[in-house]
Design a protein around this ligand. Structure first.
Ligand code: 5GP
Length: 120
């Protein structure tokens, strides 16, 4: 089971482009790329380029509110670019009990099929 150790993650290598990824959106602060193990026809991860302690949403502080807003806005841009603005879901898994596996905050943007609720 992965734990929140604060150590660098695979996402640092994706940000540095040491590991290739399929980028959907990028700006100075945010990177969005396709999940390697997609759970829907559209499954994109939206991450801050500078983690700044945000191993997960559970570590959010007031100083993070600007980047948190930018991540949500980037999720909307991703949905727009992927053609799923009429139906998409944004998920943040926080901690092992929620199946978080990478301890660098990330939003999952999911869509392109009928999604179920509750997610299980
Ligand atoms: P979590 O379970 O932490 O909420 O989500 C982590 C996500 O990162 C998983 O959906 C997993 O498939 C994805 N992932 C893990 N390693 C890589 C990788 O090297 N490249 C890409 N594109 N996605 C990854």
């Amino acid at each position: 089971v992965n734990a929140d150790t604060g150590a660098p993650t695979i996402f640092d290598k994706i940000i540095a482009k040491e590991i290739p990824s399929s980028i959907v959106y990028e700006d100075d602060l945010v990177l969005a790329f396709r999940d390697i193990n997609p759970q829907a026809p559209v499954h994109v991860l939206v991450i801050p380029k500078f983690r700044d302690g945000l191993t997960g949403l559970g570590k959010a502080e007031l100083r993070h509110t600007e980047i948190l807003g930018q991540l949500l806005h980037a999720a909307k841009i991703v949905a727009e670019r992927e053609g799923i603005l009429d139906g998409f879901r944004v998920v943040i898994n926080n901690g092992a009990e929620a199946c978080q596996s990478v301890y660098h905050l990330h939003l999952h943007v999911l869509g392109g099929r009928q999604l179920k609720w509750p997610p299980g």
